[in-house]
Design a protein around this ligand. Structure first.
Ligand SMILES: [Zn+2]
Length: 333
């Protein structure tokens, strides 16, 4: 049976969402033109690498692969300094993950870890906290849509792919108008491809994400699935990010995992943009940590479609050195 709907779960609890459509049509093509300009670029990259991840003390030689860091603004012709991509110090990633989970432990608005949510009894639609959670999701949806589009544009620049595909993706994102609570989804959120105007949220998940930052991260994850659409128009970006994650962390990111990981990365990036644009009196590290805290599981299980929660957190921190650096800086404070 041809699968019409694409049900993509956010966390590792729902296993019913493999895409049945052929997806191998996007081959990753890397040009490897060894030219003088490239050699100069690599030299510049080596110099720039000293500025990247300074807190991580990474001293390995560049691998000759270059990428662009996040653009801070939407410019007509985005330009960003070239940096070298190299494996990240695993001990520093462990440290950053520890900071995220320590912040969660002392934050009244910290997210519930996925494994804790999975163990909870179902919550009815009229549960007071579920109602508050649904209101939060609906309130944040309009800004989440714009920040997802911006995060996707940034990632397109960083990964040096054209943003032509993003126009249609942005239209799909802007067409989302509904957040629907669903007790049966429990600790998951999902989108169904025959109703791309709606994000469905399990009531346990709504309750487990009591902060705007945590909710923004998950909303944006689901919006990224919708941005990809039936056409899988973001598959090239997913593949590039999956391969970057493998190079940076050694994690195996194959099958559906590049898409899920990219959705998590976009979620974190959108939440980080949200934090920058909505100042509060809360500590910045606390707000940043909320974007990843649901991954602070004890039971780090996974499935065929997702990296495990802790591997997801590791990969996102490796893919976004700005986030990791800010968290590590607060640890030194
Ligand atoms: Zn997902």
């Amino acid at each position: 049976m041809r699968e019409v709907n694409k049900l993509t779960s956010y966390d590792s609890a729902v296993r019913q969402s493999p895409r049945a459509t052929a997806r191998a049509t996007h081959s990753l093509r890397r040009t490897r033109r060894v030219t003088t300009s490239l050699l100069l670029l690599l030299l510049c990259s080596f110099i720039a690498s000293a500025a990247l991840w300074p807190a991580l003390g990474q001293k390995r030689a560049p691998l000759g692969k270059v990428t662009r860091p996040a653009a801070t603004t939407r410019a007509a012709t985005p330009r960003a300094p070239v940096v070298t991509e190299q494996p990240v110090d695993g001990r520093k990633l462990d440290q950053a993950m520890g900071i995220v989970c320590a912040e969660r432990g002392r934050d009244a608005l910290g997210s519930s870890p996925i494994d804790v949510m999975q163990s909870r009894a179902s919550l009815e639609l009229n549960h007071p906290e579920a109602i508050i959670g649904a209101q939060r999701a609906k309130r944040l949806l309009p800004v989440a849509k714009e920040l997802v589009i911006e995060a996707l544009r940034q990632l397109a620049v960083e990964n040096k792919i054209g943003d032509m595909e993003l126009s249609a993706a942005a239209r799909r994102v802007r067409a989302v108008t509904e957040v629907t609570p669903d007790p049966d989804l429990r600790d998951n959120a999902a989108v169904i491809m025959n109703d791309t105007h709606t994000i469905r949220f399990g009531t346990i998940f709504l309750v487990g994400l009591p902060s705007d930052e945590g909710m923004m991260s998950v909303l944006s994850h689901e919006l990224t699935h919708i941005a990809d659409g039936r056409q899988n128009s973001l598959q090239t970006l997913f593949n590039l990010i999956g391969k970057r994650a493998t190079r940076l962390t050694g994690l195996r990111v194959n099958g559906q995992k590049p898409e899920e990981l990219t959705c998590d990365l976009v979620g974190e990036r959108a939440a980080r943009l949200f934090i920058a644009r909505t100042p509060t009196t809360e500590p910045r590290a606390q707000r940043l940590a909320r974007t990843l805290e649901h991954n602070c599981v004890d039971d780090d299980e996974t499935d065929e479609e997702h990296l495990s929660p802790r591997s997801t957190m590791r990969a996102v921190l490796a893919l976004d050195p700005v986030l990791a650096r800010e968290l590590l800086a607060t640890d030194i404070r």
